[in-house]
Design a protein around this ligand. Structure first.
Ligand code: SF4
Length: 222
């Protein structure tokens, strides 16, 4: 199924904000982009990230930046005041505790402000190319619709998928699901008639399951 999605979107779909950040091979940029992306559309994440990094290139630059300027540059994303504080604080911690380099282990990442499992997993996948399963609203929703899992929270989905899927598929999973979720398997009214994996999908083949929500408004760290 993942191979079908990959061949369907390869070279045709626009890269997601995190894939764009990943191409720069800078884990710090991936980390900040992932924080900016929380409860924010991909397009807005890219705009804010570009505005921020056109002036501040490193963690040291951002640690020294004025809070008001960070706020202004990312004002198009949701919760930008909270995120501006987090961005500055994260940059300071990366400089003071990690010599300017983003840590590549889950435990250290989870200690950073506004970093929950999804964000930490995104940093591992997109920043370091390490196998992990970032479960955002798209992955959670689509995995449930497909019938791969039957879970209520992204954390449950991550656990279930890590048992279900071979590790070799983890790196591509988030990108494919986000692309599929933005284009076809939308949150409301999925376009099942145009879906390349409809015949493999529990929901699309008529055996509907209850809609699963990632609980994005719950206020939890993502
Ligand atoms: S068939 Fe419909 S519900 Fe299933 S993956 Fe495709 S778009 Fe989503």
């Amino acid at each position: 199924m993942l191979e079908t999605l990959r061949s369907n979107y390869e070279g045709t779909a626009a890269p997601t904000a995190l894939q764009s950040a990943s191409r720069l091979e800078d884990p710090f940029r991936v980390l900040i982009a992932t924080v900016l992306s929380q409860r924010t559309r991909d397009e807005e994440t890219e705009i804010a990230g570009d505005r921020l990094f056109e002036t501040y290139h490193t963690a040291a630059d951002l640690a020294r930046a004025g809070l008001a300027d960070i706020e202004e540059r990312i004002s198009n994303v949701g919760f930008y005041r909270t995120k501006a504080k987090a961005v500055k604080s994260i940059a300071g911690i990366i400089v003071s505790d990690y010599d300017g380099h983003v840590p590549s282990d889950m435990e250290s990442l989870l200690d950073l402000p506004m970093v929950g499992r999804k964000t930490a997993n995104c940093v591992l996948v997109y920043g370091f190319g390490r196998p992990a399963i970032p479960v955002d609203t798209h992955v959670h929703r689509i995995a449930n619709r497909l019938g791969w899992v039957r879970t209520k929270t992204p954390e449950e989905t991550e656990t279930a998928l890590s048992s279900l899927l071979p590790e070799g598929s983890w790196l591509m999973l988030n990108e494919l699901m986000v692309t599929h979720g933005k284009n076809i398997c939308r949150p409301v009214s999925p376009m099942c008639g145009d879906c390349p994996v409809r015949n493999l999908c529990l929901h699309g083949s008529g055996h509907c399951m209850p809609h699963a929500s990632a609980g994005a408004a719950s206020g939890r760290r993502l």
